[in-house]
Design a protein around this ligand. Structure first.
Ligand code: SF4
Length: 344
């Protein structure tokens, strides 16, 4: 069985021609495409007002390979974590993060991850495979449906911050964002989408060359090579200087700022000199800083910064005129918070 969602409209048109549809082929192809992506059907029988012999043909030779909810857990703060089953039995996690004004889907781009960041539960798993773009899209559609079901509110934002490194699955991630933005798909505004990377410099430049319109976030977590390499091995091959060059290239080409994600670890990267280094990096690269509360993954090396240390840290950033936001942790009690996704 072939996956019908890998077909473009042109390929569907050819398929219809081969079925003898002749002049009706483009119209039939468009209807199938609309049902696959916009209506997000779960079976071919859901295509309304369509010739039965074509539906039977589709059922016989094609599959939708839909992602389905395997299990779900709801946090006391309303966050819901979904274990999502892929057609081959692999599981990834997606998270619905509700606030009064936003419904955010945090989605995965790979099964596992190869980058082994020390503070991250996913990094302790093997990378199994990349997700196809329709699997990434399915996660968004599932979480969108769940947002309506549980909160009667439509999805407003998508963040590629779940399992995996999005820029190591570049083509599928890009195609999935295109389907989320396209009027043939979800029709979301590009500035509602954020792709987060651990800092694959070459691919950051490629994003700029490809003129992407979504937001880019970088998991910086230290503006000092020694500390960054200690927790993120990717820094050995993509050090801060290389990363800075790539980010400047991106910012210059897109005329956009990037978000520097910074998990604040107690007594590791929350010293006054760390704040000065972060300020200096942020002053060189057009950026905003997002300070993130850490959630332990049962490892004692990294723990969340204490209130009094965080205050001193932030005061230095403010004194240096950095734009700073603070992200409070959501879904900690169900291991759904940042760095905790590991199919548990
Ligand atoms: S933080 Fe991101 S890139 Fe690093 S191991 Fe975890 S999932 Fe992979």
């Amino acid at each position: 069985m072939k996956n019908i969602r890998s077909y473009s409209i042109e390929e569907l048109t050819t398929m219809m021609e081969e079925l003898g549809e002749r002049s009706d082929s483009p119209r039939r192809a468009r209807k199938i495409y609309h049902n696959l992506w916009k209506k997000y059907i779960t079976g071919f029988d859901e295509i309304e007002d369509f010739p039965q012999h074509i539906i039977e043909h589709l059922k016989e030779y094609y599959t939708l390979n839909k992602v389905v909810i395997h299990t779900q857990q709801k946090s006391s703060d309303g966050t819901i974590k979904y274990a999502l089953k892929l057609y081959d039995g692999n599981i990834v996690e997606g998270v619905l993060i509700p606030t009064e004004t936003r419904m955010t889907a945090c989605i995965s781009s790979q099964v596992g991850c190869s980058l082994t960041c020390k503070f991250c539960a996913t990094g302790k798993m093997e990378r199994v495979r990349n997700l196809d773009y329709w699997e990434i899209y399915d996660q968004v559609c599932i979480i969108k449906e769940q947002a309506l079901l549980h909160y009667n509110m439509d999805l407003t934002n998508i963040v590629y911050m779940g399992m995996g490194e999005p820029l190591l699955n570049y083509d599928n991630v890009l195609k999935s964002t295109q389907m989320c933005i396209s009027n043939d798909g979800l029709g979301l505004s590009h500035n509602r989408i954020t792709v987060s990377t651990a800092g694959i410099s070459k691919m950051i430049k490629k994003l700029a060359d490809d003129e992407v319109k979504f937001n880019l976030a970088v998991s910086l977590h230290a503006a000092n090579d020694e500390k960054r390499s200690h927790m993120m091995p990717i820094n050995d091959s993509n050090n801060l200087q290389v990363l800075e060059e790539a980010l400047l290239y991106f910012c210059n080409k897109t005329e956009e700022k990037v978000m520097l994600e910074y998990i604040v670890f107690d007594n590791f990267n929350d010293n006054p000199e760390d704040a000065e280094e972060l300020s200096s990096f942020s002053q060189r690269v057009p950026s905003k800083i997002n300070l993130i509360e850490y959630n332990s993954i049962g490892d004692t090396e990294f723990i969340n910064s204490r209130e009094e240390r965080l205050k001193v840290f932030k005061d230095i950033l403010y004194k240096n005129k950095c734009t700073v936001m603070t992200r409070r942790s959501r879904g900690k009690d169900i291991d759904a918070a940042c760095g905790q996704l590991a199919n548990r």
